[in-house]
Design a protein around this ligand. Structure first.
Ligand code: ADP
Ligand code: MG
Length: 600
């Protein structure tokens, strides 16, 4: 993420959250409008219930026993108001259920869509578990935020304002005083929340994500943990992160509690102000004992609601903090982005050209490629060999534009790949990675991932060509077998063959195999070599190979060394160079004696 937005000041963070939540509320404007109206109506009805009770009391007190009509009318009014209140309150619930469900799914969908499209670099540097937690936490927080606002904060505010206004009409001076106290109380609560509690909450939340990330990392790495009997070490790692989480959480929670205390003290001051003024008015002869009684009742009402408001402000602020990460996702720029108006790549033959390419990984000292140029004609089958770290994987990642270049351009059929849409590029370039990742779905679905909607016959045929059919059909559930998270229930070679079957179905004009045979035994390797030969017929193919036997029969072999092509030719041509790197690599793999035979 280039723009993390985390340096923004607290108030602007809150502005950002409010823009965010209103965006999702207004996804269904009619629903939202009805909700606001229903909420205001039901609260006002609630406030008028005491007035209606007063009416009833007056009607009974001043009416005659022979004519109960006024009292019965007052009773009818009271009962209907109570009924209207209950119905309108539930109406708020029904409306809110729909609005929240829609908004929450939209938030999840948008965050997921964005995260999926972040660069490979971003994913390599993020804990999957923490990312999952950030998204689900943001969705929950939005829900709580909206509920708190609709059911607690908004009604409380409406009541407090309503009561203060009525009060001011009766005693302007006292009303103004109470109003001022309320404004100070709410302003102080919000300021404390935003400026003091919120930063501590954010620090705690960071650790909360780290905790989830650590757990997910250890749990998904369990096979490694087991093989090194490292459960104790992982326990300690978890305990370390948990301890940090605990200490940060205590700070955040304590600040919340201190804020609560400050608010309680402010409420006592408010009560004292109201009652002192009441006594003063009584001494002046401007208030009767009855007035003092209603003053006390009002003061209880207001402080009760203010206490609610304070609590809900804290709740709101916590949920605002919890939405922060989802907001960061939303605001982040893509490291590798489609240019505005980028067109789809049109591949007819699949010629690849590296033109003066310079590339360096972020934070790396030197470039992997500096002014690197190379042409691969359409339909050519090229093998890449070279020591580990010589840049072979980077070369194929650049063809897929998993990273952007520092200089130069890569072209496919003459089109700069940085100027076309990434989706069209990756649809044109098939990849069988070194360590294919499968989904915890059926084998049929995994094979069909290259071309959704494929018939089972086509899936079987692809599996057969990739020599995957043999093992799949031997499984009790065949193509319906679930493969475990990331495909852990299959061996490396089996996963590789599923990935090749996938690539066969995807049928892309350009094909890249990154050390696809390195984890195979020699028999599977021979089968896969045949599969690759079938697969690569007629398409531009790049095969990164550790095992040189895999690539001997390709059209051209490139030997990489420190980001340069040091040898370029056919197997036979390269073998003919006595001191050549390719020949030396082959000698190491086969033993010198066999090479002599091979050369003869
Ligand atoms: P090969 O596939 O030939 O073994 P790579 O292309 O994977 O080599 O790596 C080329 C160089 O780039 C190596 O020095 C490696 O350490 C470095 N490298 C690879 N991936 C990254 C990365 N994500 N971030 C930083 N450096 C990397
Ligand atoms: Mg590699």
């Amino acid at each position: 993420m280039t723009d993390k937005g985390s340096n923004a000041g607290e108030p602007s963070r809150f502005g950002r959250v409010f823009r965010f939540v209103t965006h999702y509320w207004l996804l269904s404007p009619v629903l939202f409008g009805s909700l606001v109206i229903a909420r205001i109506a039901s609260t006002l009805v609630d406030v008028t219930v005491p007035i209606a009770s007063g009416r009833l009391v007056d009607a009974v007190a001043s009416g005659s026993r022979d004519d109960p009509a006024p009292a019965l009318w007052a009773l009818a009014l009271l009962v209907s108001l109570a009924a209207i209140f209950q119905v309108s309150r539930q109406l708020v619930t029904f409306l809110l259920n729909r609005m929240s469900a829609r908004a929450i799914t939209a938030i999840g969908r948008d965050a997921f869509a964005k995260v999926q499209r972040f660069s490979s670099d971003w994913h390599a540097n993020s804990f999957a578990g923490a990312t999952v937690r950030k998204i689900t936490r943001g969705m929950n927080a939005f829900d709580t935020f909206t509920d708190t606002l609709a059911f607690n904060l908004a009604p409380a505010l409406i009541v407090v304002i309503g009561v203060t206004v009525t009060f001011t009409l009766r005693w302007p001076v006292l009303g103004a005083l109470v109003g001022a106290c309320i404004v100070v109380f709410i302003a102080a609560s919000v300021a404390l929340s935003i400026l003091w509690v919120s930063p501590a909450n954010r620090a705690a939340r960071e650790m909360d994500s780290r905790l989830s990330g650590t757990l997910a990392d250890s749990v998904s790495g369990n096979p490694t943990v087991k093989s090194f009997a490292a459960e104790g070490r992982e326990d300690a790692l978890f305990a370390g992160v948990a301890a940090k989480w605990a200490s940060r959480s205590i700070v955040a929670w304590d600040r919340g509690a201190w804020t609560g205390l400050a608010q309680a003290l402010m409420l006592i001051v408010l009560q004292a102000v109201m009652l002192t003024t009441g006594i003063y008015l009584w001494r002046e002869g401007r208030a009767s004992p009855g007035d003092i009684a209603s003053l006390i009742a009002t003061q209880f009402l207001i402080t009760g609601y203010l206490r609610d408001i304070a609590q809900n402000v804290r709740q709101i602020q916590r949920t605002i903090n919890d939405m922060d990460d989802v907001l960061d996702f939303r605001d982040a720029d893509f490291d590798v982005a489609d240019k505005p108006g980028a067109k789809a790549l049109k591949v007819d033959r699949g010629a690849i050209a590296f033109d003066d390419v310079t590339f360096r990984y972020k934070g790396a000292r030197g470039p992997v490629f500096a002014n690197f140029s190379l042409e691969i004609p359409a339909g050519q089958r090229v093998g890449l060999v070279g020591h580990s770290g010589s840049g072979k994987s980077t070369f194929v990642k650049l063809i897929q534009r998993l990273y952007d270049l520092e200089g130069g351009a890569i072209r496919i059929d003459g089109q700069d790949i940085s100027a076309v849409t990434q989706a069209s590029l990756r649809e044109a370039v098939g990849l069988v990675p070194q360590d294919p990742i499968l989904f915890h779905r059926s084998l049929a679905e995994n094979v069909a991932y290259g071309r959704p909607g494929t018939s089972i016959d086509e899936i079987r045929e692809a599996a057969r060509l990739a020599h995957a059919a043999e093992f799949i059909e031997g499984l009790p559930k065949g193509y319906d077998t679930l493969v475990g998270e990331r495909g852990v229930k299959l061996s490396g070679g089996e996963r590789q063959r599923v990935a090749i079957a996938r690539a066969i179905l995807a049928n892309t004009p350009v094909l890249v195999l990154d050390e696809a045979t390195s984890s195979l035994d020699s028999i599977s390797e021979r089968l896969i070599r045949q599969a690759i030969e079938r697969l690569s017929a007629g398409r531009t193919t790049i095969v990164v190979a550790h095992r040189l036997s895999t690539i001997q029969r390709l059209d051209r072999i490139l030997v990489f060394d420190h980001g340069e092509v040091v040898e370029d030719g056919t197997h036979d041509a390269l073998l003919a160079r006595p001191q050549g790197t390719y020949r030396r690599l082959l000698e190491v793999q086969l033993g010198a004696g066999e090479i002599v035979d091979a050369a003869q």
